[in-house]
Ligand binder design. Sequence first.
Ligand code: GLN
Length: 196
Amino acid sequence: MQIAVLAVQGAFIEHRKKLAELGVSCIELRKKGDLKEPFDGLILPGGESTVQGKLIKELGMYDALKERIQAGMPVLATCAGLILLAEELTNDEHVYFGTLPVRVRRNAYGRQLGSFHTVQEMKGIGKVPMTFIRAPYIEEVRAGAEVLASVDGRIVAVKYGAQYGISFHPELDGDNRIHEEFLNAARRQRMYEQAG
Ligand code: GLN
């Protein structure tokens, strides 16, 4: 199995390290040609969603990635990655992949509470550490999407099919269970595709 990490901008190195720790091979997506490599799942890292969204299109990766996400490829999208997946943004007119039926607010915690850390329950996993950095949160969850975690009444993690949209940064904490769950989804998808 191999996982692709979008590596045009932002916190992709931390995800690479996490995958290395878990013994999973990974490739970086930096240009269109990288899409020729086989991969069974995609990580969209934190960073600056406007920059990432622009680069994905300019580099010619948008259509192929969107098609694969829609076809069921597992995606772990953290922070800016969640913004890239959302079908609507409350405070921004852009839509990038738009494959995740949620409405997301960018920089939702304002300047004062720009970054914080907490430990909260995540559905199917248990208590997990959560590091938020100028994070978005999910203001509306639409048909088919499932809420996985909330912090102070605000939704911070959802799942839709094999797309995981997460406000915080699991790659920055020592807990590997969110990555493991995503990797299991990628393994299942791979087996399913190999079975033809
Ligand atoms: N504020 C960033 C954005 O809107 C996301 C922050 C992050 O990924 N840490 O793109």
